[in-house]
Write a protein that binds this ligand. Structure first.
Ligand code: SF4
Length: 701
C-alpha cells in the first residue's frame, strides 16, 4: 500500500511520518526527516486512530428551542451564523464579534482566520490559544534579539553541543524523539542540566538537576550569571562586540550570590556553580526554555533572564550554540506569524505599524485605515465576554478554550452567556458542547497545507485520506461565512495552495518573510526555513550569525529583578500547585482522550505529591483527594512520589469537567505578554471526595 509522507498532528517537533490509513501499520516514522530521524512517540504512532474515531462530527449541529444540539444542513448552520453576526454588529458594534484561533491550525488556516477577523468582520477582537503557550518567550526574544523564532537553529545542532541547559521543559515526555539529540551530547561526556521542580523523565536522562521551586526561575538564571561574572567566565569580547546593556545586568546579579539563590529557589549552591561552569567550559552550548518558566506572571522576565545567560556566554548566533525556546503546539510557530494575534498582521508584522498596515491592506484590497486596531489578549477577551463593550458572539477554530483557559469556572460562565458561540472542530469538545453552532471540520490527514515547526522550518501536511462525507475544511468554512455576510469576494478561493500564495505576498518584507517559499520547494528540500524573501534565496536555518535585527544590530541585555508570583503559599493554601503535560496525552485531550491505547497509559489525571505532604494527611496513594485553590476545588487520584518537591503539587491539564486542572489555576497575567500564570498558584490538599463548589470557598474536611 502506498504511504503518504506527512507530519504528526500534535506537537511543534512535527515529526515526519509515513501514513497508510487502513494498513496493518498505518503510521511509520520518516527516517529521512532530520528532526525525528524515524522516531515517533506513542502519540505519533497512534495518530491514525483519530481518523476512525466513532464519535467524529460529520454534520453541523445547531441548538434548538429546547436547548439541544441537533443536526442541521450546512446552509442552515452558516445562515444562522451570518444573521447572528449581522445582528450583533448592528446592535453592539463590530468588535462585539470575536474570533479565537489556534496554534494547531495550518499556516493557511491561521492566515485565513486573521483575515476573516480583520478584513471580513472588521473586528479587533481576535486572539488565539498560542497566547497561553508561546507569548512570553516570543515577547522576550523580540525584545532581546529583535526577532522571535522558537529555535533560531536546526534541532540537529543540539547534538553537537558540550552542554545544554533546559529550563522548565520536560522533553522526554513532551517531545521524546528530541531526546536522541541530547543523548548524543551525553554520549560524548557532555552535560544536560535541567531546571524543574519535579524529577521528570528528562531529569532522569540528565546529568544535573536544579530543583527550583516554581516561580523562582529568574533567581536561578541570575544566580548562574552571578557565578559567570564572579568566576571570570563571561565572554567579554562577545559582550563588547555584539550586545548592549550588560553593565546593568552585571550590577544587578551581584545581589544573587549562590547562598541566597539556594535560600529562595532551593537549588543547592554547589549545583548552581557546577551548571554555570559546565556551560562556560563547553565550546558549544545551548540554553533552552519551556513553558515551566514562561507560563508565569513573570514569564517574560524569566525568559529574558535565561537569554541574558546565553548572551553572557556568547552563545547566540555562534555556530553550534544558542538560545531557543521549545515551542509547544504543532503550529505554535506559524500560528503566531500570520495574523491571529491580537496585535499582529501576517508576516509577524505589528498592527500598529503604519507601513505594515499599508502593505497588508494593499494585498487585501482595502484601505489601511479600515483595518481594525489591536484587540485584547486571549484571556482578557474571554473574561470580558458578555460585559458592556465585550464580545457577544465568538467564533472558535480548533481550540478547546474551556479546558485550556485558566480559572475555567469563570470562563464557562462567560461562554454560556454569549449570544452566539460557534465552534469548528472534528470532535464535540467541552467547548463545542456549549456552542450554539458546531461545524465539523477536516483533520490532519484529510487536508493539505503547511506547518512551521519549532525550528522555523516550513513543512507540508498532505492529504492521505478523504474527509468523511459532510465534513468541510476550515478554509471552506471561512469562505462560506464570508459569502453569507456578503464579503465572499475577499476569499476568492479555499484551495490551500492559493491561500498560501496570498500569505506569501502578505508576509513579503515582514520579519517572518515567506515570499520565497513555495509548496514545490518544500517538497523538494524537505522544508524551507524562514525568512526566505525570494525564490532564489536558500532560506535561513541559522539566525543572528552576523548581526541581530535590532536598530543597533546588537542583542540587548535586560536586568531582571526577581518578583514573586501573583500567589504565594500562606497558612490557608500552604503548597504551590503547578500544571503540565504527560507523555500519553496532548493539550486539552480532545484528540488523545479518544485513543484507546493512550487512555490505557494515562486514563485520568493524578495529583503528584511528596510523602512529606501525603503522610500527615494519611494519604497512601491511589485514593481520590481534592486540590483546593482560591478558584475552587477538583478531585484527582493521589500519587505519592519523591519525584516532586515537598512544597509542590503537580496536576496534568489534559482533562475537562470536574477533573480539569484549570478549575484551579490563576488568571494572573504577565504584564506584557498577557500570558496566564498556569505554572504557579497557592493550593491546599484535602482528603475528601467532596469537591467544593466551583468558584466558592472551600472548607477543610
Ligand atoms: Fe508527534 Fe510530537 Fe510525538 Fe513527534 S514528539 S510524534 S510530533 S507528539
Amino acid at each position: 500500500m502506498e504511504s503518504t509522507r506527512t507530519h504528526c498532528p500534535y506537537c511543534a517537533l512535527q515529526c515526519g511520518m509515513r501514513l497508510s490509513p487502513g494498513a496493518a501499520r498505518p503510521v511509520e516514522g520518516d527516517a529521512e526527516f532530520p528532526v525525528n530521524r524515524g522516531a515517533l512517540c506513542i502519540k505519533g504512532f497512534t495518530a491514525a486512530e483519530l481518523l476512525r474515531a466513532p464519535d467524529r462530527l460529520t454534520t453541523p449541529l445547531v441548538r434548538d428551542e429546547r436547548g439541544d444540539l441537533v443536526p442541521a444542513t450546512w446552509d442552515e448552520a452558516i445562515g444562522r451564523i451570518a444573521s447572528a453576526i449581522r445582528r450583533t454588529q448592528e446592535r453592539h458594534g463590530r468588535d462585539a464579534v470575536g474570533v479565537f484561533g489556534s496554534g494547531a491550525l495550518t499556516n493557511e488556516k491561521a492566515y485565513a482566520v486573521g483575515k476573516l477577523a480583520r478584513a471580513i468582520l472588521r473586528t479587533r477582537s481576535i486572539d488565539y490559544n498560542g497566547r497561553y503557550c508561546m507569548s512570553s518567550a516570543a515577547t522576550a526574544a523580540t525584545r532581546a534579539l529583535g526577532l522571535d523564532r522558537g529555535l533560531p537553529f536546526p534541532v540537529a545542532d543540539l547534538g553537537e553541543a558540550g552542554a545544554i541547559l533546559l529550563a522548565g521543559s520536560n522533553v522526554a515526555e513532551t517531545m521524546p524523539p528530541l531526546v536522541q539529540h541530547l543523548d548524543r551530547v551525553r554520549a560524548r561526556g557532555g552535560e544536560i542540566i535541567v531546571v524543574d521542580p519535579r524529577r521528570t523523565a528528562t531529569v532522569r536522562a540528565a546529568t544535573l538537576h536544579l530543583p527550583a521551586c516554581p516561580g523562582t526561575d529568574a533567581v536561578v538564571a541570575n544566580g548562574l550569571l552571578h557565578v559567570l561574572v564572579r568566576d571570570g567566565l563571561v565572554d567579554e569580547a562577545y559582550v563588547r562586540d555584539r550586545t548592549e546593556g550588560f553593565e546593568d545586568v552585571r550590577a544587578l546579579v551581584a545581589g544573587y550570590w549562590p547562598e541566597r539563590v539556594e535560600r529562595i529557589s532551593g537549588v543547592p549552591q554547589r549545583d548552581l556553580e557546577r551548571a554555570a561552569h559546565a556551560l562556560a567550559r563547553a565550546s558549544r552550548a545551548f540554553v533552552l526554555t519551556g513553558r515551566g518558566c514562561e507560563q508565569q506572571s513573570q514569564g517574560v522576565a524569566n525568559a529574558l533572564a535565561f537569554i541574558d545567560v546565553a548572551l553572557a556566554l556568547g552563545l547566540v548566533g555562534r555556530p553550534g550554540s544558542g538560545w531557543g525556546c521549545l515551542t509547544g503546539q504543532g503550529n505554535g510557530q506559524g500560528g503566531r506569524e500570520h495574523g491571529q494575534k491580537a496585535d499582529q498582521l501576517p508576516g509577524y508584522r505589528r498592527i500598529d505599524d503604519p507601513a505594515a498596515r499599508a502593505h497588508v491592506a494593499r494585498v487585501w484590497g482595502m484601505a489601511p485605515e479600515s483595518l481594525p486596531d489591536a484587540g485584547a489578549s486571549a484571556y482578557e477577551m474571554l473574561s470580558t465576554m458578555g460585559a458592556p463593550g465585550g464580545v457577544r458572539a465568538l467564533l472558535v477554530f480548533g481550540s478547546n478554550v474551556l479546558v485550556s483557559s485558566p480559572d475555567a469556572t469563570a470562563v464557562e460562565a462567560r461562554l454560556r452567556g454569549l449570544d452566539l458561540l460557534v465552534v469548528s472542530d472534528f470532535f464535540l469538545s467541552e467547548t463545542a458542547a456549549l456552542a450554539h453552532v458546531v461545524l465539523p471540520s477536516a483533520q490532519f490527514a484529510e487536508e493539505d497545507g503547511t506547518m512551521t515547526n519549532l525550528e522555523g522550518r516550513v513543512i507540508r501536511r498532505r492529504v492521505a485520506v478523504d474527509p468523511p462525507a459532510g465534513v468541510r475544511t476550515d478554509l471552506a468554512i471561512i469562505r462560506a461565512i464570508a459569502d453569507a455576510i456578503g464579503e465572499g469576494g475577499r476569499f476568492p478561493s479555499d484551495d490551500p495552495r492559493a491561500v498560501f500564495d496570498e500569505l506569501r505576498r502578505a508576509s513579503a518584507g515582514g520579519p517572518a518573510d515567506y515570499a520565497g517559499i513555495t509548496w514545490d520547494r518544500i517538497d523538494r528540500d524537505r522544508g524551507v526555513f524562514w525568512p526566505c524573501p525570494s525564490e532564489d534565496h536558500p532560506g535561513t536555518p541559522r539566525l543572528f550569525e552576523s548581526r541581530f535585527p535590532t536598530p543597533s544590530g546588537r542583542a540587548r541585555f535586560f536586568a531582571v529583578r526577581h518578583a514573586a508570583p501573583a500567589e504565594e503559599p500562606d497558612a490557608e493554601y500552604p503548597l504551590v500547585l503547578t500544571t503540565g503535560r504527560l507523555l500519553a496525552q496532548y493539550q486539552s485531550g480532545t484528540q488523545t482522550r479518544r485513543i484507546e491505547s493512550l487512555v490505557r497509559v494515562a486514563p485520568h489525571p493524578v495529583v503528584e505529591m511528596h510523602p512529606a505532604v501525603a503522610r500527615p494527611l494519611g494519604i497512601e496513594g491511589g485514593e481520590e483527594v481534592t486540590v483546593v485553590t482560591r478558584r475552587g476545588g477538583a478531585s484527582f487520584v493521589a500519587r505519592v512520589t519523591r519525584d516532586v518537591r515537598p512544597d509542590v503539587l503537580f496536576v496534568p491539564f489534559h482533562w475537562g469537567g470536574d477533573r480539569c486542572a484549570n478549575l484551579l489555576t490563576s488568571p494572573a497575567l504577565d504584564p506584557s505578554s498577557r500570558m496566564p500564570e498556569f505554572k504557579v498558584c497557592a493550593a491546599r490538599l484535602e482528603v475528601s471526595t467532596h469537591v467544593p463548589p466551583r468558584g466558592g470557598s472551600a472548607t477543610r474536611s
